[in-house]
Design a binder for this molecule. Structure first.
Ligand code: ATP
Ligand code: MG
Length: 565
């Protein structure tokens, strides 16, 4: 097989390992896999692993399998199996016909476990889980052998068969590898290979009541599928000797190689399915795909393009040491895509009425507005303009401080792609709240430029009152206010950001936004990126704020001394 070379900027230590294996002839082709356990939705950390596994396969002309590591029926569900496939596909990756389930190998794995018993390399242990832990020792003390460690092969075979037959309750017995209770690596102190779990499995139903552990299932599944490079996160580094030991002691059809990389951690974020499930179950969020969640389903709902997530994975690269990435970097990658692709639209989140006194009653003008000033090929659209408009309440101040250049009594501003208007009068209600601005306009400034060249200091967005479409707008901020949630002894949930969601019910949007499809992200001019939420109903549209326009990460990078990142 020819060995494609990887452009240096795309390379990393994993790709170097793979390239070296090919060069040395240790491998002829590259097969990787992404192995989720279907016990929750995928999150942005999984996205890093997906991009890496599919990306490496792609770079070397190999293939990547999607394999469900479905070995714990208690926590696994079909809903998760379906969601995971949808998410990987949405991210832009295709496993072709290579969809696998560890549960499809249960019969083979059970036979191999029996082989280990026959060769004296495994035994049935009657100790309880707590006792096994106590006997295991610590990093500084060796473990002690279980009193059941020296059972005969016949007795072990008989007990293991009866475990499978369902004769014993959960936890009564386990199958353990017989390796070395004094090993410096605790994972080699007779690790558990099989446990009794009386539970219905989403795929195998009630066919089994003994299930392989992760350690026993993983490497053997890799070997069955001919995986060449089993790429996993650093916490499995200490499991690698066991991974190799099992391959050495079983008649497996191929010999995969485990390689570890640093898992993704993000500021203001928790990437643990256990914690995410708690957030869902305790009603802290609207569900697994709540736009504040770090799940792929949530990022999609919130309007993050898959391309932005893939770009982020490329930006952070792959390292051998754990580090925490600023969430601003993910947001930066997403903004870069949206800035290029998101059409500009007008929306007013907190509306204040403007009446143009000298604009003819009943007249509607169709203003030509660019869809993306940075991309002329995006064309333009027609936006209706009339005598009564909505502008943003905070674009007006009755008594403006020196640096406030927007609308104020007697001041002229530009309404984007429409006219210059001047505020003549402020109307208030009985409580003294401003409820309306009476303005005049300059008909010669149609389109937004004055023939005499004068230039107002501010340009405002607007929505015609007669054509405004009412909308609910949900503003999102980080789910956790602390950059490192739950550290320094704090309760994780005490770090939840109470202002992570703000719902605005009086927003108005331009007419074209009434029909923007779910999945499309637009820029509300001057306000940020927004996307229609699936909660939208006909006549009751809901928008989520994808991101604000302010790129704090890029700003920080610009301020940092050269050479530091
Ligand atoms: P969690 O810790 O969130 O519960 P997990 O590791 O239990 O996740 P799996 O379904 O076992 O979830 O993960 C599938 C693959 O994704 C594994 O290979 C795992 O190493 C990888 N993965 C999980 N979390 C991250 C992360 N934060 N960064 C990179 N890869 C990850
Ligand atoms: Mg796991």
């Amino acid at each position: 097989m020819s060995q494609p070379s990887i452009p240096p900027e795309r390379s990393d230590f994993i790709r170097e390992i793979v390239a070296a294996d090919l060069r040395a002839g240790r491998r002829e082709a590259v097969v990787t896999r992404f192995p989720p356990e279907p016990n929750g939705y995928l999150h942005i950390g999984h996205a890093k692993s997906i991009c890496l596994n599919f990306g490496v396969a792609d770079d070397f002309g190999g293939r990547c399998h999607l394999r469900f590591d479905d070995t714990n029926p208690v926590r696994e569900e079909q809903e998760y199996i379906d969601a995971i496939q949808a998410d990987v596909r949405w991210l832009g990756f295709d496993w072709g016909e290579h969809l696998y389930f560890a549960s499809d190998y249960f019969e083979q794995m059970h036979a191999w476990a029996t082989d280990l018993i026959r060769t004296g390399n495994a035994y049935v242990d009657d100790l309880s889980a707590d006792e096994i832990r106590a006997y295991r020792g610590t990093l500084t003390e060796p473990g002690r052998p279980s009193p059941w460690r020296d059972r005969t092969v016949e007795e072990n075979l008989d007990l293991f068969e009866r475990m499978r037959a369902g004769e014993f309750p959960n936890g009564a017995r386990v199958l353990r590898a017989r390796i070395d209770m004094a090993s410096g690596n605790i994972n080699l102190r007779d690790p558990v290979l099989y446990r009794i779990v009386h539970a219905t499995h989403p795929r195998t139903g009630d066919a089994w009541c003994v299930y392989p552990t992760y350690d026993f299932a993983h490497g053997q599944s890799d070997a069955i599928e001919g995986v060449t490079h089993s790429i996993c996160t650093l916490e499995f580094e200490a499991h690698r000797p066991l991974y190799d030991w099992l391959l050495d002691h079983l008649p497996v059809p191929s010999r995969p190689r485990q390689v570890e990389f640093a898992r993704l951690s993000l500021t203001h974020t928790v990437l643990s399915k256990r914690v995410l499930l708690r957030l869902v179950n305790e009603g802290r969020v609207r569900g697994w795909d709540d736009p504040r969640m770090p799940t792929i389903a949530a990022l999609r709902r919130r309007g993050f393009p898959a391309e932005g997530i893939r770009d982020f994975a490329t930006m952070i690269g792959v390292a051998k040491a754990d580090s925490v990435i600023e969430i601003g970097m993910l947001e930066h990658a997403v903004r870069a895509v949206l800035n290029r692709t998101a059409p500009r639209r007008f929306a007013v989140l907190d509306p204040l009425k403007v009446v143009i006194e000298d604009f003819p009653e009943g007249l509607v003008e169709e203003m030509d507005v660019a869809n993306n000033p940075e991309d002329p090929s995006a064309g333009s659209r027609r936006v209706p303009f009339g005598r009564e408009l909505w502008i943003e309440r905070d674009d007006f101040m009755e008594e403006p401080p020196p640096k406030f250049f927007r609308l104020a009594p007697g001041r002229e501003v530009r309404l984007r792609s429409a006219y210059f208007v001047t505020c003549r009068e402020v109307v208030k209600d009985a409580a003294g709240t401003v409820v309306e601005l009476r303005c005049t306009y300059d008909p010669a400034t149609r389109g937004g430029d004055a023939p005499d060249g004068r230039r107002p200091k501010a340009t405002l967005h607007w929505v015609s009152a007669d054509h405004a479409v009412p909308a609910e707008v949900r503003l999102y901020d980080h789910l956790f206010s602390s950059p490192h949630p739950g550290t320094d002894g704090r309760d994780l949930f005490a770090d939840l950001n109470p202002a992570s969601e703000t719902v605005l019910r009086n927003a108005v949007v331009e007419p074209s936004l009434a029909t923007v499809p779910i999945g499309e992200t637009v820029q509300f001019e001057r306000l940020g990126y927004f996307t229609p939420d699936p909660d939208s109903r006909p006549g009751a549209i809901v928008f989520d704020r994808t991101l604000t326009l302010k790129d704090t990460w890029a700003k920080l990078q610009a301020q940092r001394p050269a050479g530091k990142s």
